[in-house]
Design a protein around this ligand. Structure first.
Ligand SMILES: [Zn+2]
Length: 211
């Protein structure tokens, strides 16, 4: 990382981070940026009395990102020494690698080599998902909605919308019953799949398939 004051007092920098460090820094930066964006949006909407366009916001995206970095530094200075440190969440997929060839990823979906976990073992949240016959995570097949471990297992297994031409990631998908619940379909891993909002609505508009 390079950061230095230039002749005219402006600061110039450049940064290169490994996947885990990048996920920590980038993730927090975008979280702060989002709150600044919402503040800018509310400010402009209040001034104009309607939804603003991006050009009517008081700051550019680049300026908001710079302000988010300053906010990050300010919060770091004011953090009490005994504050709980946030930890990255790793998902380790056991029995999945034989099918898909990757086994360890960060909470944002970035796949990392398992060896990269080692320095973080004492400080990170690590979740384990076991895939394979006899090891399925199932929680109450008669419940109406997918939740808890069953939902998480389907998210980790499918990654994205089940529609063949759709790339929406798991975090923007719902878990859908393949055989509809109303037609007696169980709430299990086998009968679950991810569908984005659009494809979920599209599916629900069609009559259910004849059983
Ligand atoms: Zn989709």
């Amino acid at each position: 990382m390079h950061l230095a004051a230039s002749f005219d007092g402006m600061w110039l920098g450049e940064i290169t981070l490994d996947p885990i460090a990048g996920s920590i820094v980038g993730g927090e930066l975008s979280r702060l940026e989002r709150t600044l964006f919402e503040a800018d949006w509310a400010d402009a909407a209040g001034r104009l009395g309607r939804d603003p366009t991006v050009g009517e916001l008081p700051r550019t995206a680049g300026q908001r990102r710079a302000d988010a970095l300053v906010e990050m530094a300010t919060r770091s200075r004011s953090m009490p020494p005994d504050a709980r440190r946030p930890a990255p969440l790793f998902s380790v997929l056991v029995g999945y690698e034989t099918l898909y060839g990757r086994i360890c990823e960060l909470a944002d979906g970035h796949v990392v080599a398992p060896g990269m976990l080692v320095p973080w073992l004492s400080g990170a949240y690590v979740e384990r998902a076991v895939f394979g016959p006899g090891n399925r995570v199932e929680v109450g097949p008669a419940v109406r909605f997918f939740g808890g471990a069953t939902r998480r297992a389907i998210e980790l297994r499918d990654r994205r919308c089940a529609h063949p031409y759709c790339d929406e990631p798991a975090e923007r998908c719902e878990v859908d019953h393949i055989i509809p619940y109303s037609a007696g379909g169980p709430t299990t891993q086998d009968n679950g799949r991810l569908l984005c909002g659009f494809h979920n609505r599209q599916r629900n508009q069609r009559p259910p398939p004849a059983a």
